[in-house]
Ligand binder design. Structure first.
Ligand code: C5P
Length: 222
């Protein structure tokens, strides 16, 4: 049983890593499992929301009632967000979007020089679009929630991002602790708005997702 606090609201969530192709068989990515984003999608649908989950490559089943769109790269995720963002009440950027992508994607598999074991190779990377910043700059804009996964100076980085990206809420996540965060089933987070700081102690990602959806609802209706 859960209270349907978000009935009739459209919620868009990004989740998982992005994969940035180098050539037809290789890519650059990160350790995001997508579990937190999928837990948020489940909690939002349980709260009665109409949920669109835009996910990078993950090994997770789609929560019942969630509309899932699979993407690979940051550019593809950005495009999917632009296509589904209209009439969105809440946008949650939970994806670990790669900051850079290879400037060129080789059309054929890159080959090493078999006669030169000293060979080095250099990849030129270019910046990816900042998906959440683009959403936060929309007019009118949804309630925008970001994540800050950090290995140091968590609070400072989170508060900087809240302001710089014009977010309504940021969820700070210490990824230097291996028992929580990336890939784990558990997490512990601190939530910041421009006026509040709320610590949510270690729990399953689904339990935290329910608390986060309830906090978001409280902010929206205040
Ligand atoms: O700057 P940083 O990547 O740490 O910011 C994290 C927040 O920004 C997350 O909510 C993430 O989903 C979002 N983000 C994004 N597009 C990017 C980079 C980050 O939406 N290119």
């Amino acid at each position: 049983f859960s209270i349907k606090t978000l009935t009739g609201r459209h919620v868009v969530i990004t989740a998982g890593p992005t994969q940035e192709a180098i050539d037809p068989v290789r890519y650059i990515s990160n350790h995001s499992s997508g579990k937190m984003g999928f837990a948020l999608a489940q909690a939002a649908v349980d709260a009665g929301a109409d949920v669109t989950l835009i996910s990078g490559p993950v090994q997770l089943t789609t929560p019942a009632g969630v509309k899932r769109i699979d993407v690979d790269s940051a550019n593809a995720m950005h495009q999917a967000v632009q296509e589904h963002i209209v009439n969105t009440a809440i946008f949650i950027g939970c994806a670990a979007v790669a900051d850079y992508r290879p400037k060129q994607i080789a059309s054929q598999k890159l080959k090493k020089d078999p006669t030169n074991v000293e060979q080095t190779m250099t990849l030129t990377l270019v910046r990816n679009p900042d998906i959440i910043t683009n959403v936060a700059n929309m007019q009118p804009k949804p309630f925008v929630v970001g994540f800050a996964a950090e290995t140091e100076a968590l609070e400072q980085h989170a508060k900087d991002k809240l302001a710089r990206k014009k977010l309504d809420m940021i969820i700070a996540n210490d990824v230097s602790q291996s028992n929580i965060g990336f890939n784990s089933d558990q997490n512990a987070v601190t939530v910041f708005t421009s006026t509040e700081r709320i610590s949510l102690e270690q729990n399953t990602k689904f339990a935290l997702a329910k608390q986060l959806i309830s906090l978001i609802h409280k902010q929206l209706s205040s």
